[in-house]
Design a protein around this ligand. Structure first.
Ligand SMILES: Cc1cc2nc3c(=O)[nH]c(=O)nc-3n(C[C@H](O)[C@H](O)[C@H](O)COP(=O)(O)O)c2cc1C
Length: 158
């Protein structure tokens, strides 16, 4: 090895780079959210997320929310703290929180899926997942199921 092939890696370079995090949860709305209100809320959330370099998707069906947010770690942690104390919902249950290299929802500051506009098959799929996750939060493989669900709805929206 000569001097040119040796590329030094400064200590601490990893901690200086922006670490991306993906986080998903399910929750229960404390009152019904109709499509017009959901669209208005999403508009506001989108503006905030764009400002904070956050991307993701929000699903709502039959009083239940599921959301995935991805972005710089500290922005995700701050947003999740805000979301947890939002009076619009409770019974918030984190499904996963993982470091990522690449975003899954790259161009979406917040994609929104309103369950009532889905076909019957997708409504059933979503309902089953949301109810099971809420009822049995410790189910093994819940995180994997959750990411598959989110990917399914992302692909359906593309
Ligand atoms: C289900 C749910 C999802 C939310 N998602 C987001 C979001 O993606 N981005 C966001 O900024 N706020 C979101 N919020 C709202 C936050 O809880 C909080 O009200 C908001 O970040 C405060 O923004 P403001 O300081 O501009 O008023 C969500 C709230 C709920 C109930």
């Amino acid at each position: 090895m000569n001097d040119e092939t040796y590329i030094p890696c400064p200590r601490g370079i990893l901690s200086e780079a922006v670490m991306l995090l993906t986080l998903s949860y399910v929750s229960v709305a404390r009152r019904p959210v109709h499509s017009k209100e959901l669209a208005e809320l999403a508009e506001k959330y989108r503006r905030n997320n764009a400002r904070n370099d956050i991307t993701g998707m929000l699903l709502y069906h039959d009083l239940r929310f599921m959301q995935v947010i991805e972005g710089p770690m500290s922005n995700i942690r701050t947003l999740f703290e805000n979301i947890k104390s939002d009076p619009l919902h409770d019974q918030i249950l984190k499904i996963f929180e993982d470091p990522i290299q690449n975003r899954e929802f790259l161009n979406w500051s917040l994609g929104v899926v309103n369950g009532s506009s889905l076909g019957l098959e997708d409504q059933t799929l979503l309902n089953r997942f949301l109810e099971d996750a809420g009822a049995q939060p410790t189910t093994p493989g819940l995180a994997g199921q959750g990411s598959r669900m989110l990917r399914h709805f992302r692909n359906a929206m593309l």
